[in-house]
Every structure is written in structure tokens, then in C-alpha cells.
Write a protein that binds this ligand. Sequence first.
Ligand code: DOR
Length: 444
Amino acid sequence: MAETFDLLIRGGICVTPEGTIRADVGVRQARIDEIGDLGAADAAEVVEAAGLHVLPGAIDSQVHFREPGGEAKEDLASGSEAAVMGGITAVFEMPNTWPPTTDAAALEDKLKRAKGRMYCDHAFYVGGTAENAQGLAELERQAGCAGVKVFMGSSTGTLLVAGDEALREVLSHGNRRVAIHAEDETRLEQRQHLAEPGKVETHPVWRDEEVAFLATKRVVKLARETGRRIHVLHVTTSQELALLAQAKDIATIEVTPQHLTLTAPECYRLHNTFAQMNPPIRGARHREAIWQAVSDGVADVVGSDHAPHTIEEKQRTYPKSPAGMPGVQTLMPLLLHHLAEGRLSLERLVDLVAHGPARIFGLGDKGRLEVGRHADFTIVDLDHLWTIRRAWLRSRAGWSPFEDMTIKGKVKGTIIRGVRVMWEDEILGAPAGQPLSFDETLDL
Ligand code: DOR
């Protein structure tokens, strides 16, 4: 008798840990059950994938979905809708909401809000502060927690751990990898006068290379001192990358699609404050260094740092304009663009958005197209030529610096735990995202 699966993805080119192969994928009970020639098999649902590439579900390990407190910019529902439209199957959401996510009640509140409203799987970071440091070891082990995030420099929101003493205190409590926004607050304060009103091109002058390098140097030293693994977010300078390449035992590295795509000063001429983010988009030399880190294997993951603000807010006169740009929906499209342009291989792309995050954050169920893992897939058509348009965007912010960019390669579908959630730009079914299970939180 023919085998029966819940879902069968037939005839796609699958990017598996063992290589890129043409194969069918059979799904049973939300997990990958078989990969191979399943020609005779039957299934409740069949996805014909001839001519398409089947990737393990992409994970965006840095998004700001603004709920609670910033719902005019985004909420968990709209942010997750943008995610699945862009082929993202799981997100780690950041704690600089209002109130900030700094205790168990705030974390539980976010998990409760996510239930039945988020389309993708999810976990929430807790913000580390001098005040809650003692409780972080317990907090980071709560179900649905992505770990601890620290802002070393002020950005959107109130979270800040500026000095070495407080940072040492945070790093000394707990075990999981701590995610770091590395900008040095003291130097930021000293240089604030360099941010010239109305001149967003001075943003990377104020928040210069040294602001980022100093903070990264300090946190690597403290990570060694305390024996704590760190994950340095949105790395933007060649100096930091040289330092971090020598610290791979203790530090992992995130780079963003926008720092791989845009350069100063052109981005400020073209997009004005809509290209303003922290840490800033810098000159071409740094973009090349980030690409080098991608090809050398120094960069571990690509995260979008999806940081939506409304058009009205972004139109304020610099530096009153908030920093950050939406990106969860354009992460995969931009990487597919760079793939088509020959800047990275499909296997490296998958490593950066699936294998990498699963490995470094300990997601045993996800991130690999192999038997036993969750049946999460990002299905792409590498030949599809299309243009990013505002009408396609689902973030409540309603804009992207990448509007009108023509791209070869399109996300065709998003499948989460065996369920088609998005197909050909249409969201299917009700939101059914689940909290993520990390290796270090399984016993709870
Ligand atoms: O540009 C940024 N925006 N950088 C951050 O660190 C925070 C983010 C936000 O939340 O708006």
C-alpha cells in the first residue's frame, strides 16, 4: 500500500545539511518524516515544487514588534504577517517595548498576546538591566524566552546597561548566550553635538566606528572575564569584525541585510531619515568587510533588526526622527537578490538564516531540512523577477527603504510545522504560531 503523509512536497530542490538534492519531502504530525523519492506516496495535501527550491524555514533572530506600547508602529499580529509574507517561519522579538520585557510577568504577557494572533513561531528576549540582573538566570530559562538582550548604548526605548560594572553583573547571572547591542554610551554622549539638526548624514559621524568598536571590545573582555557567551548584534565595522574573528570561541556575530545592501553617504541622500538606524549604515569599506565576514564564515547569522516606525515619525527633523527600519519581510528577498548577484551561495544563505540560528541558540526542533525536525520550509523560486512594492508590505509601518527594488528570486511559500501559512503572497488560515522550544528551556 502507498505511504500516506499529511503533506508531501513533491519534486523540489532541497537544501539539506548533506547537500542540495532533488527530492520529495514527506511530513507527518508536523515533522519531516522522509526525504527522498516518494513517488508512489499519497498525502492529504501535495505541494508541487518542481522548479522550486525548498529551504529549511528561515528564522529571524532579531525583530521589534512593538507590542505592548508601540502598536501604532506594529503589533505581534501585523509583524508576524509581514514575517510569513517574507518566508520567515520563526522570530525572536526584542524587549524594548513599553513596558520593557524585564520580568516574568512582562514575558508571560507577550506570550499570551502572541497566542492565536501570531502567524509564525516566536520567542521573546528579556532585557538585562542593573536592577534585574540577579533574576536573569531564572528568567532566561522561562519557556518562550529567547535569552537576555543588553543595550550598551541608548537607542529606541529605555533599556540601557552603560557601565562595565552593571554589564559584568548582567553577564554573571545565567548561562545562555547574551545578545548585545554594542555602542558605547559614554562616547555617544560626548559626541551627541555632532548630530547636526536636519542632516541625517551626520548620524554615522555621531555614532562613529569607535562608538561601536569600543563597546564590542569592552563586552568581549567582560565575556572572557565572566566566562559568558555573547552574540553581538548588527555588527557594522571592519574593526569589530577583525576583533570578533579572534573571539569565535565566545562570541557569535549577527549582520543585517541593510548593512550588506546600503552604503553611506548614498543611502542618506536617497532615503534621508528612512535610512537612519543604530548602529548606522556606514561607508562602502565597512560593507565590504561585512561581506568578507559572510564569505569567511565569521558571520554566524543574518537578522533583520526589523524596527518599524511610522512615516510621520520618520519624517521628523533629524535627530528627532527615530532610528530603525522595517525588514522582516525583506530579509529573504534581499538575500535572494545577493544570491542572484553572486555574492553568496544558496548553502551559505541557508546557513545564515536557518542552520546558524538553530545551532547557536539551541533550537533542536528547527532550522534544518532533516528527518525529525519541524516541517518548516521557505519555498523559493530563484528565477522569478519581481519588484518590491509598498502594497505588498504588511508591516503597520507601511514603508521600506527597499521599495521599487527589482529582485531575481521570490519567496513562493511559507510552511510552518507542516501547514501552508503563506502561498503566492496570500496568507492562508488563522494565526497558529507557537512559542519556540530551546535546548536550555526544555526542562520547564
Ligand atoms: O535602529 C534601531 N532601532 N536600533 C536599535 O537598536 C533599536 C531599534 C528600535 O527599536 O527602533
